[in-house]
Ligand binder design. Structure first.
Ligand SMILES: [Zn+2]
Length: 498
């Protein structure tokens, strides 16, 4: 408690000024790259890439790299440097991007990070201790604490523990429940990644994840989690104009050398034994596996190629949707906490309206540069512009429900449904009161309850009257049993994760 108090004082009184950073987020196809160049020229900036596919060498078209001839001499870091047979991980990104930021700052310039890949940005911008902080300062442990599916266990994990970590999800849940029943209730019993990570933390640090979690929450309440003075831009476009732009972009890629790149990739793909996994490394890029049927065909048909283009368009749209959701729900929630500190380290997200290409120059470039200059010259709280143009005010600033508060542990509870099954045929499990209420109110649950009631009724009738009733029962609608399960609250589910 005393150390915490000192830390609090230190944060209040002896705060070292943080260095500034600018980050640009948004879907593809809105002109993020163009804006980053305009901004970099105006504020003496350099670009850091935070897109997990653009780190790989070449393939400029399908990975959407901003063409070198349009970069106007602005240096781009953490880009185009990884071989195709390597797999790039977040800890390497954190290291390389961190080095680039220090280097850019040391030369008196402004780092401008373009994302990209959401968890890359998250790890760079926020000082989240991600529940795990080992007592010993060790480089290697960083790898196990980062949000990643491919964490390696720390070196002090025993073979028995390793066997549990690599075992089935039911054993992970069992083991975690015994060690730390509180945290075990926080995660869904099938959430392999989170259960594994929590166990791993315990095995490698000896600390209870729930305790670390609690401490981290306290730290978050004490001070901003922003690593730098952070200015964020969201280059935004309305869905109805974005979709045709994304489609046109795919067509342009194919016309501009994308086909050669895909074929070149296929050559490298075939040369590898066994064949690469299309969910890893460069092979997961949008625009490769969509074309595999065409590439591997003995007599490739134009239609097969067209189907590939179609699949690529669909996936591009889905990804764009997902990116918007992440910006609104996760980044938005994280940034909203900065309100508590008066945005003294920034953390306000400014929406630039890129919906109308005719006015792009004024609405994106000019507004953005003006905000950037005020922020850098006079500090995070000096920006005069509103966070959004009036017509887009719904996008940011709203109170978003977050589970990031002390005492959230009380809500960590599993609810097993007697009526519904999950994909594996096990009883459906909801985590937390809120998501349980949502489940109880869901159509799926009501249908199951209704079906159950119908079946019971049918069985009763059979017992009473014998088989003769079978026909009459048919076609009768199951009543929607509103009473069962109590009130349904119409609220959105709380944010997943920690
Ligand atoms: Zn149910």
């Amino acid at each position: 408690m005393i150390t915490r108090y000192f830390r609090y004082l230190k944060n209040r009184v002896m705060t070292k000024p943080k260095k500034s950073i600018i980050s640009i987020v948004g879907t593809t196809g809105v002109g993020k790259s163009q804006f980053s160049i305009d901004l970099a020229k105006a504020v003496n900036g350099e670009i850091i890439n935070a897109d997990s596919m653009q780190v790989y060498r070449d393939l400029d078209n399908i990975t959407n790299k901003h063409p070198v001839e349009e970069r106007e001499g602005i240096p781009h870091h953490v880009m185009n440097h990884v071989n195709w047979d390597e797999e790039y991980f977040i800890h390497r990104f954190a290291q390389e991007a961190g080095d680039a930021i220090r280097d850019i700052h040391a030369r008196g310039k402004v780092p401008i990070v373009i994302g990209g890949t959401h968890y890359y940005l998250q790890t760079l911008l926020f000082n989240n201790k991600t529940m795990a902080q080992s007592n010993e300062p060790k480089q290697h442990d960083k790898e196990t604490t980062r949000e990643s599916d491919t964490v390696e266990a720390g070196s002090n994990v025993t073979p028995e523990q390793l066997a549990i970590l690599d075992g089935p999800v039911s054993e992970l849940f069992e083991a975690l429940s015994q060690i730390d029943p509180i945290i075990a209730q926080k995660f869904h019993p099938k959430d392999h990644r989170k259960l594994r990570r929590a166990l791993e933390i315990y095995y490698s640090t000896g600390e209870l994840p729930s305790k670390l979690y609690h401490e981290q929450k306290l730290e978050e309440l004490e001070d901003s989690s922003l690593v730098y003075n952070t200015l964020l831009f969201w280059v935004y476009s309305d869905q109805e104009v974005l979709v045709p732009r994304l489609d046109a972009r795919v067509d342009k890629m194919m016309a501009g050398g994308g086909i050669d790149e895909i074929q070149q990739m296929y050559g490298a793909y075939q040369a590898q034994e066994p064949r690469p996994d299309c969910t890893r490394g460069i092979w997961q890029v949008i625009g490769f596996k969509e074309f595999l049927p065409w590439l591997s065909s003995q007599q490739p048909q134009p239609q097969q190629f067209q189907d590939g283009v179609e699949r690529m368009k669909i996936r591009t749209r889905q990804y764009a949707k997902y990116q918007v959701k992440w910006i609104k729900k996760l980044l938005g929630v994280e940034l909203h906490k900065e309100k508590r500190f008066g945005y003294k380290y920034g953390g306000k997200m400014y929406v630039l309206d890129a919906s109308d290409l005719e006015t792009w120059q004024q609405n994106v470039a000019e507004v953005g540069i003006s905000i950037g200059k005020q922020f850098l010259e006079n500090g995070p709280t000096a920006v005069e512009q509103a966070q959004t143009p009036a017509r887009l005010s719904h996008l940011v600033g709203g109170e978003i429900k977050s589970n990031k508060q002390i005492g959230a542990e009380a809500g960590w509870k599993h609810y097993k449904c007697e009526h519904c099954k999950d994909k594996t045929g096990m009883p459906f499990v909801a985590v937390g009161e809120e998501s349980w209420q949502l489940h109880v109110g869901s159509r799926r649950h009501k249908r199951q309850v209704g079906a159950g009631a119908k079946k019971r009724k049918h069985e009763e009738m059979l017992q009473k009257y014998g088989k003769g009733v079978k026909r009459e029962e048919k076609g009768e609608e199951a009543p929607a049993e509103k009473s069962e399960g109590g009130e349904v609250n119409g609220e959105k589910p709380a944010q997943k994760g920690e």
